[in-house]
Design a protein around this ligand. Structure first.
Ligand code: ATP
Ligand code: MG
Length: 253
């Protein structure tokens, strides 16, 4: 795919926050490209500006300088084609699972039956069909994140931004959700940009892993991930996986 057809392109992004202690430069001169259908993983040290980058890429925040292009046009705010899952699921406690997932469609004025049908289908795909009428307080952390994923997928976004969505989960649940996410990405063929602390998670899921420098964050290195798809979780124990993980670890400060 040529340079001009990138779905999402960041050019020379600099972000300076005005904090009470004075200006704080979170990102400096960061550029990247995301192609349609690509799964991009972003790793970097804590505080290097990963969440800031996701907010800029999704139009939730405006850069101090530089620009973000969506399909070649300047992005000036969040778009309907974009979906988000953050570290915390932020479900509505007074709505059950089904009603949490249909919410984005209700906001968009969809008919209730149609919304429910779509939600049930997605919740099935995520293994939650037995929990439609349960309230968030009765869900485990892994289930909450799956509901958040369903809520983000329900309006068929073209791109999904994931900010450490599984970081609060135990290793096994996280591994299961990684497998689930890979499967859904495969079925739905979405473009995904995922921030994670875990090199292993990035390598298992992504086509390309970008490594950020410490703050002010910029892209320090890019690794293509060669493992064929669909990927079995057992690849994480292969020598090739280990050596790529080691190479990425070596670049992170
Ligand atoms: N709204 C804000 N106002 C002022 N400073 C901010 C704001 N948001 C983030 N920062 C600062 O910008 C820097 C980057 O923050 P950011 O949350 O993007 O990092 P991160 O890489 O996502 O960190 P973590 O890995 O801990 O999630 C940090 O020093 C943070 O304190
Ligand atoms: Mg963050």
């Amino acid at each position: 795919m040529g340079e001009n057809c990138s779905l999402l392109k960041a050019e020379n992004l600099t972000m300076v926050y005005n904090s009470p202690q004075g200006p704080l430069e979170a990102l400096r001169g960061l550029s990247l490209q995301v192609q349609e259908g690509e799964f991009v993983g972003i790793v970097g040290p804590s505080g290097c500006g990963k969440s800031t980058l996701l907010r800029l890429l999704s139009g939730l925040l405006k850069p101090t300088s530089g620009r973000v292009l969506w399909r070649g046009k300047l992005l000036d705010g969040p778009r309907e084609e974009m979906g988000f899952v953050f570290q915390k699921a932020n479900l509505m406690p007074w709505r059950n699972v089904l009603a949490n997932v249909t919410l984005p469609l209700e906001i968009r004025g969809f008919n209730g039956d149609e919304a429910r049908e779509k939600a049930i289908e997605l919740l099935k795909l995520l293994g939650l069909d037995g929990f439609l009428h349960i309230y968030p307080r009765e869900l485990s952390g892994g289930m909450e994140q799956r509901v958040a994923l369903a809520r983000a997928l329900i309006y068929d976004p073209e791109i999904l931004f994931l900010d450490e969505p599984f970081s609060s989960l135990d290793a096994l649940t996280r591994e299961r959700l990684n497998v689930e996410l890979a499967r859904i990405w495969h079925i739905k063929c979405k473009t995904v940009v995922m921030v994670t602390h875990s090199i292993q998670e990035a390598l298992f899921l992504a086509d390309k892993v970008l490594v950020m420098s410490p703050r002010p964050g910029t892209i320090k290195a890019s690794f293509d991930v060669p493992f064929p798809r669909p990927r079995d979780i057992s690849i994480i124990y292969s020598p090739q996986f280990a050596s790529l993980a080691k190479a990425i670890r070596g670049v992170i400060s």
